[in-house]
Design a protein around this ligand. Structure first.
Ligand code: GLC
Length: 440
């Protein structure tokens, strides 16, 4: 059994740390301008201009069943959909604001379609819910707000009451956790410190917002009352079930900032830079990056939540489909090195250029050959511990010797703990080949 113990938290995380891989879906009015989900803030788009997107929102080609099929084929075991992003537009039938999908030309509850389709494919269901809301009449100014530099910004907050907004969030969370069956993850986003420069130029306005603004204790307690086993992230500013590093590659298992305990964590990443559909973005990750991000994350005991931003017509564009097919091809034959796996035990150190994962029951170790080592791989500390070795993708045997290896013109390496795998000179036609070691 794995020797790694993570900090206990209230939510049901057992399925999560087994399944490892999920789909993030960022969809909303911002999919129409198609140049980042923060576009309203980045370009300080006036509300009346932005409302054109609300007026014309009609993802007529949306087929949530197709989204679910692609997620499942890619090997993703859960999904998290933006039910409301910072723009404040709700993808669900809510009675607490008219700024929702039922009042657009599309006129159907997208959250309902998502839940039904992904549940039918056996995927666990997650809801992303933005704590920021650039549309709500009680949400106050801060340094992310699109209205932060408008003429008369000084008076923007007059009549606004964040307590009323916090109640609005509790009412909507009640709808989301009552009307759509069992929800497995609630993914709040996000809390942040203000920027001194903003607060210097905007006297009297706090730049950031955090747990007290959200009345987070009450919000989290409500969610847990409505869905007792639900997993909740840490972005209300309250530590909950998972830590959520974003858009960068961790180099170690995430630890609790105070106690140093290992925690359950999930890295969220994008195929390109933007979370929402971004037509002209050219920073799409290569197939090798996509696979190695997943492998590296699981080799450090984490989950990967990989994002898709559907077009405003409702489908995944060809670049997203191609990226998902990269995962589908790789996971079809190598998923065993991801599901139910975690960081390898400390005794199993693999050379640079390799990432190791180990099955939670300790019986199988997976060596991911990110840099293909040509002809052989020396593993110190493995001698006497491996019963059988094979490439995972095609199940072909990998022969090995123990105790010494012959280095032409370099003499030999001799070590009692040495195990040497003999592998083909030519890298197999698979991204990051995986060697499965069945341990004694
Ligand atoms: C950041 C971005 C937000 C995105 C989130 C995903 O908070 O601001 O747009 O939804 O990351 O983790």
């Amino acid at each position: 059994m794995s020797s790694y113990v993570t900090r206990k938290t209230p939510g049901d995380t057992d399925w999560f740390v087994h399944d490892r891989f999920g789909m993030f879906i960022h969809f909303g009015l911002y999919s129409m301008p198609a140049r980042h989900e923060w576009i309203k803030s980045m370009e300080k788009i006036p509300d009346e201009k932005y409302d054109l997107y609300f007026k014309h929102f009609n993802p007529d080609l949306l087929d949530a069943k197709d989204w679910a099929r692609q997620a499942k084929a890619a090997g993703m075991k859960y999904a998290v959909l933006t039910t409301k992003h910072h723009e404040g537009f709700c993808l669900f039938d809510t009675k607490y604001t008219d700024y929702n999908v039922m009042n657009t030309p599309y006129g159907k509850d997208i959250v309902r379609e998502y839940v039904d389709a992904f549940r039918a494919e056996g995927l666990k269901i997650g809801f992303y819910y933005s704590l920021l809301d650039w549309h709500h009449p009680d949400y106050t100014l801060d340094h992310c707000h699109p209205r932060r530099d408008d003429e008369g910004w000084e008076k923007y907050d007059e009549g606004r009451d964040m307590h009323r907004y916090a109640k609005y969030m509790r009412d909507q969370i009640t709808e989301l956790l009552t009307n759509y069956g069992k929800i497995d993850i609630l993914w709040f986003d996000f809390s942040w410190e203000g920027e001194p420069e903003f607060e210097r130029t905007h006297p009297g306005i706090r730049g950031g917002k955090g747990k007290d603004d959200w009345e987070a204790e009450e919000l989290v307690a409500l969610a847990r009352k409505l869905q007792p086993g639900i997993m909740i992230d840490n972005r209300t500013g309250l530590e909950q079930d998972i830590y959520t590093p974003e858009q960068y590659q961790m180099q170690e298992w995430v630890k609790h900032p105070e106690t140093g305990e290992l925690v359950n964590w999930e890295a969220c990443q994008t195929f390109s830079g933007s979370w929402g559909y971004f037509r002209d973005e050219m920073s799409w990750k290569t197939p090798e990056m996509l696979i190695n991000m997943l492998v590296r994350t699981v080799s450090l005991g984490g989950n990967l939540l990989m994002n898709v931003g559907p077009t405003s017509r409702g489908y995944f564009d060809h670049r997203a489909e191609k990226a998902l097919s990269v995962y589908a091809d790789w996971m079809r034959v190598n998923g065993r090195s991801i599901y139910g796996c975690t960081m390898a035990e400390p005794e199993f150190k693999v050379p640079n250029g390799c990432f190791a994962t180990q099955s939670a029951d300790g019986k199988r170790l997976y060596v991911h050959l990110v840099e293909y080592p040509y002809a052989f791989l020396e593993l110190r500390g493995f001698a006497g511990k491996v019963e059988y070795a094979q490439f995972l993708h095609d199940g072909s045997e990998i022969l090995f010797t123990e105790g010494k290896s012959e280095h032409i013109s370099m003499g030999r390496t001799e070590a009692t703990d040495l195990l040497v795998l003999t592998i083909p000179q030519i890298c197999p036609d698979v991204i990051t080949p995986v060697i499965e070691l069945i341990l004694k």
